[in-house]
Design a protein around this ligand. Structure first.
Ligand code: FES
Ligand SMILES: [Fe+2]
Length: 407
């Protein structure tokens, strides 16, 4: 990977007022530049996106050999593909001849053929033929060339990747979450359609979710369907594991199978295996930096986002159900109704995200004080600033040792 490492263009001391401490000192939002500065974005790509595990979708969205999806993280287009042995491989989508992108969108293919000069790669990323070289030049060995492979692992049916070969395993990264969420049967769930990413014109951090806004922005939409915070929100959710970047709150209802629908209750059958307590709540779990899980009595929704630029993000959502629900005759009707009921809430979020990004770029944008009702943001800021500090310190240490060698 050819990357330029830089120190943070914003001095680390500036983050101190955004970092929660044990004493409960008031804390403030992140600097507005973090939502639009190109220099900071480049630093952040290294600090966050190239140094952690990133969720890139569900393995059962590419069930057959040769099924693929293409994604981009920062400047890096990638292919997510299932090979003939059944393994999911993630590799660079950049042809190792002259850089053309090999695939686009989703599909199925037996081999990866670059459109420009027809170099062919296997579904494992190995070069198979290169016309004019592999058949002509004796000193050219296809074994010397492959699409750069990205470290990949699975968790509960989700595909994760990391550009960093040295960080601990995905299982370590996700701590107890798999055990805590096991009653939902996440690994066996499936979306009725694949998650589609769309591009939005705001920085990825805009998606960081809290429920301070629920009782205001969503007062009439959500408020008609489900009990509203503050009484219903529990920020001490069991899923919280701040050091792992897992940050959560629960919305609590007084009745079983409550859901944000026009009937106030779930439209699909409850998930088998949930406790009564789980059936009375909605759990909102952010797995930093790019995944958001909403565990509900009848389904699990997941959102992922990937950076596309300082002011652009790819964003997508999918709703997961057990096969028994997907197979029901009334599934589609209820699924459409669930979407219709929730759409006004989504529209309000899109409206808020667009207008928040617009405000961040004003010369009057400031660092407002956070409330105690934004524990999720306190925790996410802590995780994020730890990442910034680690990257900044590592680059400084490298620079010092390089200049010591020169000296
Ligand atoms: S750029 Fe891909 S084969 Fe030449
Ligand atoms: Fe919202």
């Amino acid at each position: 990977m050819n990357i330029k490492k830089t120190i943070s263009p914003i001095p680390m001391e500036e983050f101190n007022i955004s970092y929660p401490d044990e004493k409960g000192t008031p804390i403030f939002s992140l600097p507005p530049e973090l939502y639009w500065s190109k220099e900071f974005y480049e630093f952040e790509l290294n600090a966050v996106w190239r140094s952690d595990w990133i969720c890139v979708g569900r393995a059962n969205e590419i069930p057959n050999a040769g099924d693929y999806n293409t994604i981009t993280i920062g400047n890096d287009p990638l292919i997510v593909i299932r090979d003939r042995s059944g393994a999911v491989n993630v590799m660079s989508n950049v042809c190792q001849h002259k850089g053309m992108l090999i695939l686009e969108g989703r599909g199925n293919t037996r081999r990866l053929q670059c459109p420009l000069h027809a170099w062919v790669y296997s579904t494992k990323g190995d070069l198979v033929t290169a016309p004019g070289l592999s058949d002509v030049e004796e000193d050219f060995d296809v074994k010397d060339v492959c699409l750069p492979k990205i470290r990949t692992d699975m968790w509960e049916g989700f595909i994760f990747i990391t550009f960093d070969e040295t960080i601990p395993s995905l299982q370590d990264r996700l701590g107890h979450l798999g055990e805590q969420i096991k009653n939902y049967g996440l690994a066996e769930m499936r979306g009725p359609e694949p998650l589609e990413m769309q591009t939005f014109d705001w920085n990825w951090k805009i998606f960081n979710d809290e429920c301070y806004h629920c009782g205001y922005l969503h007062a009439s939409s959500w408020g008609e369907m489900y009990p509203l915070p503050p009484s219903a929100v529990d920020e001490a959710s069991i899923y919280n594991d701040g050091s792992k970047g897992i940050v959560s709150y629960d919305l609590l209802s007084t009745h079983i199978d409550a859901a944000p629908t026009n009937t106030g209750t779930i439209l699909q059958p409850p998930l088998p295996g949930l406790t009564d307590e789980e059936r009375k709540r909605l759990s909102y779990i952010t797995v930093a930096p790019n995944m958001f899980i909403v565990a509900m009595p009848d389904k699990v929704k997941y959102f992922i986002w990937l950076p596309a630029g300082p002011k652009q993000t790819f964003y997508g959502v999918s709703w997961l159900y057990p096969e028994s629900t997907l197979a029901r005759d009334d599934f589609k009707k209820n699924y459409e109704q669930e979407h219709t009921d929730l759409w006004p809430v989504m529209e309000e979020d899109l409206f808020a995200w667009r207008r928040t990004q617009a405000g961040m770029e004003s010369s009057f944008a400031t660092r407002g004080r956070l409330t105690s009702k934004e524990q999720v943001i306190h925790r996410l800021q802590k995780w994020l600033i730890d990442k910034y500090r680690a990257e900044d310190a590592a680059v400084r240490a490298q620079d010092t040792s390089a200049s010591a060698k020169v000296g």
